[in-house]
Structure formats: C-alpha cells, structure tokens
Design a binder for this molecule. Sequence first.
Ligand code: ADP
Ligand code: MG
Length: 515
Amino acid sequence: MAKIFEMPPHLADLIAAGEVVERPGSVVKELVENSIDAGAGSVTVEIKNGGMSYIRVTDNGSGIAPEDTETAFLRHATSKLRDQRGLEAIGTLGFRGEALAAIAAVSRIELLTRERGTREGTRLTLEGGRVTGRAPAASPEGTSMVVRDLFFNTPARLKFMKNDRAEGSNVTAVVARLALSHPEISIKYVKDGREEYHTPGDGRLQSCVYSILGRDTAKSLLAAENVTDGITVKGYVSTPAGCRGNRSWQFFFVNGRFIKSRLLQTALEQAYKNSLFTGRYPVCVLELDMSYAAVDVNVHPTKMEVRFSDERHAFDAVYWAVRGALERESAPPELEISKGTLSAVRGAEEREAPVSGPADMEYSNHGPAGRSLGGATGGFRTRVPAVSESRSSLQVSEPHIAVYGQTHIDMPRVNPRTPQGEADGVPERGYAPGTGRDGSAGGADTKTADREHSKAPEDAARDPQARGYRFIGEALATYLIVERGDSIILIDKHAAHERVIFDTLRERGYEAASQ
Ligand code: ADP
Ligand code: MG
C-alpha cells in the first residue's frame, strides 16, 4: 500500500501559515508590504486587542481586479514573480505568493477592493481559507483588508500568543520599522482607537524619525553617512548622552528592508566605545544600500536576518559612519574661550585643508544646544571632509577634547596613575585606528619636556607635559583637571583608564576573541 501521499492544500496552507504568520505583527507586516508593492502612497493600519481580534490595513494602491480577488488567496499566487530570473532581481521584498493564503488559512478575512481606473469594486470574504462570499461592492480605489479572530481555528497556535499588550507592542514595532524604511509613504497607525503614528510621506527620513521616535529624540540625533566598499550608509545615531536603557530603538535597514543583525549592532556599539556606560545603548536609524549580490535575504522565512557576502565590509561601513558622526559632534568647540577674548572658529581651516575628491560636504556644527535634525538654524558653518575621507586625510593640529555629560570622546594621553605627566608607554595614537588624528602635530615643545623623556623625540611627543598639558588636581574623586594653554580640561579617570588599557591592547596587536 502506498505510504506517501500529497498533502491536501488546506493542510499545506496551515503549515505555511505557521511559518509566515507567527503573530499579529507578521500579518501586519505582510499586508503593509502588499500595500507598498501595490504602489500605495498612504497606508492606514488599525488594530484592536493587540491585533488578535481585529487588524485592518487600508491603502490607496492599485487595487485588485474582481477576477483576481480569489486567486490572490491561493497558495503561490502572486502577480510579482514570473520566473527564476525574477527571483534574483527581487532583492529586498520577500515575494513568495503565500502570505494571503497563509493569513486566510488562520483567520476570518474581509477584502474590499477596487482596481484603479475601474468603476466597480469587490467584496470577498473568507473563513479559515475558504471563500464564503464574493460580490460587487462600492469601494474607494485601493484595497482594504480586515483580518479578524487570528488563529481562531488553530487553538494550539493561539495558546502561544502572548497577551494583547505584548502582541500590540510587537505590531507597533513592526509598523515603526515599515514606516522608517518607507519615508515616501504616509503611514498612519491606530491602536485601539488611538492614533500612535502618522508619518507625512514626504520622502524625508527625518520626518519619519520625528513621527516615530518623537520630537525630543529626533532633535538630539546626529546625521551619519559613509560610503565604503560599495556600501552606502545613511541615517541618524544618538549622541552618547542620548543613549537608552535598551536596544529597541536600533533600526537597521538593508536595501530598504528592516533587518536584525548582531554584526551591525556590534559595529554600532563599538563606535561608541569608551563613551557609553554599561547598560546604555545607542539609538540608530541606519540604512545600508549595497548591491543585491552582496547580501542574501533568503536566509530566514520571515527575512529579518540577512547574510552579507563580506561581513567585514558591512561592519566597517556602519562603524565608520557612526564614528564620523560622533567625531564631528566632538570636534573642538568653534568658539574658544580664552583669557578675555573670544577667538572664533579656530581649527576650521585645518579641518578644511586636505580634502581630495568630490565627497566633501557641508556640515553645520551647532553646539549641543542648537543641534537640530536636517536644518541649519544657527552655529558656524565649516567644511569638514566627508566621513570616508576623514579616515585617511583628515589632519588635525591637536587632540580634540570634548565633554559629553560625564564622558569623553577624545582626550589627551594621561596615565591616571601618574598624573604628573609620566608617559604611559603607549605611542600616541588617535581614538580609533586610522582616524588620522595622530596628535603628532600637537606642538610638542621638547625644551619644556621632562628630561627623562627627552631622550627620544618620540617620547617627548607623547609626554603630556611636553605637549603643554599641566595636571592641576582632581575633583569629585572622578575628574582629573588639566590645564593647557588657555583651556581647562576635565578628564574622567575611569574612562581614561579604560582608554589606556584599550590602547595598550591594540598596541600589542591583541585581537579580541570573537565568534
Ligand atoms: P505576494 O505578495 O508574494 O505576491 P501575497 O499572497 O502577499 O503574495 O499576495 C498575492 C497577490 O495579491 C499579490 O501578488 C498581489 O497581486 C495581490 N495583492 C495583495 N495585496 C494587495 C494590495 N493591497 N493591493 C493590490 N494587490 C494586492
Ligand atoms: Mg505579499
């Protein structure tokens, strides 16, 4: 007797549903992606009870022709993929032609749609994947899909659902990701009758960030940008002070698709090294663009994970984009307070100098108070090399020192245990490898150098005293107070110590063990 038989389609749909439709958030994601694929300019998402009892996604996209409405719910039915070549070109959006079939298999659906340019719409209803009604109906152009009673016919799955609140938060996160990756689409999100988000759809990422993360966060973000190894990174990151107690506001998008990536998360957080306290995490909205060949999106059924063909390149692209943003932020103050005078914009020329190539850009450095997203509303305009160039050609005449709340981004070399200016045995180096901030032009005055260190010119260059730093004292058992020229510098001992260790390890060629 034959033991192998073909699964009935309904069973196959249920199994597929388990993969595609994990929870209300995945339904919302699939429906909104369909709306986006249909060319919608605005999409409204409404949920009740965390999406368990009610989800409605309405768009003003292409709509569905009456004769296609039922077909759309068949497994492997798609209007988007005609052959294998199409599969390679898909790039980001996960067309698999099974979302609607899978959602329909585990819910009650009401579809109301009218194809663009036609006069009559269609209403189609399904229950557990079976069509229960279809009739012509009045409808605005576009599509509205109502999904009720998710998992009503799969009690085992229903049991796995968290409470409505948790499912609702997941939907909220899903909508936020979709909205942030599609600034060109106006997305409205209504949860239990309350409007949570409404993005304007003006094509500007900062408008989305403003709508989704809120005004205060948006105002304190720094623009990040970098192009290397064929990867373009663009977006926003928080200042060290603007970091949060969790990672829920770290958004990475690859070719327009939200992804979760430990690799990119590590790159982001490494860029903040020495300027973050444990338990604080940066906020970011970073979009990576790269060739479709460089990234495989088909690793995971719900496609939140990707595989980069060159992980190092992806890591570097993010790392340098973020470092660039932070370094511009920590650039020396353009107003220097010296004895009795205000000498403006020192250092601007030096930073402007050795730029080669077309990539330099205008960057407006407002102090922390005047910082604003996208808008130049004050402060001095100076030219700073683009991030990608700052790695190799940015020459700065002296180390930059900045205070961020209680932490430092860049600091002169002081050994915290021998604050009177003992060289710490570590060659002078910039904050991160290759930043070009070698500090060698730091005006080392060998005449005033401690005799002990004047043997080798190198030693003199790394001697804080020789470079004009004078240790004054300590405050709050935390900060070293150092004078240099007309400036006073506060150094967080703890951060400085970590930095010394960090540089020592680097110097020894220590490679962090990683998996
Ligand atoms: P896929 O999106 O992978 O093609 P789906 O099951 O999600 O598969 O959708 C099946 C088809 O239904 C789509 O290819 C599209 O033609 C049609 N469709 C679904 N949602 C919409 C929508 N909101 N507007 C217009 N057409 C839609
Ligand atoms: Mg789809």
